[in-house]
Write a protein that binds this ligand. Sequence first.
Ligand SMILES: NC(=O)c1ccc[n+]([C@@H]2O[C@H](COP(=O)([O-])OP(=O)(O)OC[C@H]3O[C@@H](n4cnc5c(N)ncnc54)[C@H](OP(=O)(O)O)[C@@H]3O)[C@@H](O)[C@H]2O)c1
Length: 272
Amino acid sequence: MRIGVLHPGEMGVSVAQALADSGHEVGWVRNDRSSATQARAAPFTGFDNLAELLETAQAVISVCPPHAAEAQAREVAAAGFAGVYVDANAVSPATAARIAEVVGAGYVDAGIVGPPALTPGTTRMYVSGPRAEEVQSWFGAGALTVVRMAGDLTAASALKMAYAAYTKGSSALLLAVNALAEATGVRDVLAQEWAISQPGLSKRSERTAAATSRKAWRFAGEMQEISQTFSEAGLPGEFHAGAAQLYERMAGLKDLPAAELELVLQHLLEDL
Ligand SMILES: NC(=O)c1ccc[n+]([C@@H]2O[C@H](COP(=O)([O-])OP(=O)(O)OC[C@H]3O[C@@H](n4cnc5c(N)ncnc54)[C@H](OP(=O)(O)O)[C@@H]3O)[C@@H](O)[C@H]2O)c1
């Protein structure tokens, strides 16, 4: 098949590679993309603009920052695309349902768990809805595992929200706790207490700072989607709305090397 990937970021390019490994021709769109995306996507077929890609593509997989997912779908639908459209972004079931309405019968919901799929067994793309089996069948080879879910059209998005609510939510909580201890002058004593009663948390704080600093700019949108998912399920959404605000404060770390905890705390506290 000819399948477009919008866009080949770190995760998107690994999805593109899994498709290529499974024998498909993978296309991407050059315009508006950074030099980093252009370099990552170089092994695949580049098109100058979306209209050119959609002229030949039978299917599209959207893998972009969550805050851009709906606009991305609207752009593809506005171009009259009638093929299969897989939204693999970290969005709430409600956002996924809106995207499904925009896209129509070709919509397939997906949610990716794990790091970019470079090694088999590390990364799963959950798919749901009536055409999920079709999407699963595209991935005969490659490092990405595709898991078909029973349930609603947007079950894959719900699963992604629940998963990331804990992983990225607990990372935000740990960084916030460090910032609180710093702001109130008790960080040294907290570290001593953690060494006694919560061994590993100091090291985990450092690792969390380094692992989140460059991605926080896109985690904020994901936290808002999670907050909305909690609210729609009748649960308090404020926890992840707070996490979104914390990650927004870290957005300036995007293009720097992985940050040390001290620098992350400066960003978290500078708005206070
Ligand atoms: N990375 C992971 O470990 C991971 C894990 C699970 C799920 N995911 C899912 O995959 C999605 C993408 O992650 P990633 O790691 O590939 O991110 P990434 O490396 O930051 O790549 C994002 C891609 O989207 C493009 N983009 C940036 N702004 C955009 C916009 N406003 N509209 C459309 N495209 C835009 C970027 O292009 P330019 O940079 O060229 O502008 C880049 O090609 C995430 O939102 C998440 O839902 C990722």
